[in-house]
Write a protein that binds this ligand. Sequence first.
Ligand code: URA
Length: 212
Amino acid sequence: MAGPSAAAYIPKQQTLTLPVLRDAAEGCEGCDLYRDATQTVFGEGPANAAVMIVGEQPGDNEDRQGRPFIGRAGELLDNVLERAGLHRREVYITNVVKHFRFERKNGRRSSLKPTMGQIRACLPWLEKEVELVRPKVLVCLGAVAAQAIISPDFRITQQRGEVFKTTWAPWTMATLHPAALLRIPDELQRHEAVERFVQDMTQVATQQHRVA
Ligand code: URA
C-alpha cells in the first residue's frame, strides 16, 4: 500500500514555475506534519542558482516566519557562505521536509527528526525544486539530507566532503549541519568544526564555476 505522499499536491501544468510550486506547497497535507506546524516552509533563492543547499526541516523560527534557515543555524550558514565567497542571495536554500516536526518540552518546541515516511512523503517537492532549478552543485546539510539524496547508507562522519554524481545534480556533496556545529560544547572543537565547514563550502564555491 502506498504511504503518505505530497505527490497529489504537485500542480499538473506543464510550465511549472517556482512561485506556482511554492503556492501549491502552502496547502500540502501530504503527511500529518501540517497539522501542528504553523506553515509550509518552502525553498527560496534564484531559479537559475548554480548551487542548491538542502537542510533537514524548518526549525522553530523558520516555522514561525515561513523562511528556511533564518534562525541560529541559518545565521551560521550565512556567515560561512560569505567567508567561502558564496552569497546567500545567489544560492537556492531548501529542506528535505517542508513542515516543522517537534515535541513540546518544558514549554518549548524542540525539533524531532522526521520519520522515513514523512521524508518520503515530502520528497516530491524537492524533486520538483531540483527539476526547476537544475543546480550544478547540490550540498546536503546533515545526515537526513544526505541519506535522502545520496544514499540511505550515507555516514556523515565518514563521508562528509566526498563528491558524488547523483540523479539530483552532477556534483553532490554532504557536510555537517550547522545546527550540529552549534551543539559542540567545547569552544575549540566547535571553532575547528566551523573552519572545516568553511573549507567544504569553499570547495562548493569553486565547483560551481567548473561543473558543466
Ligand atoms: N535546520 C534545517 O535543517 N533547516 C532550516 O531551515 C533550519 C534549521
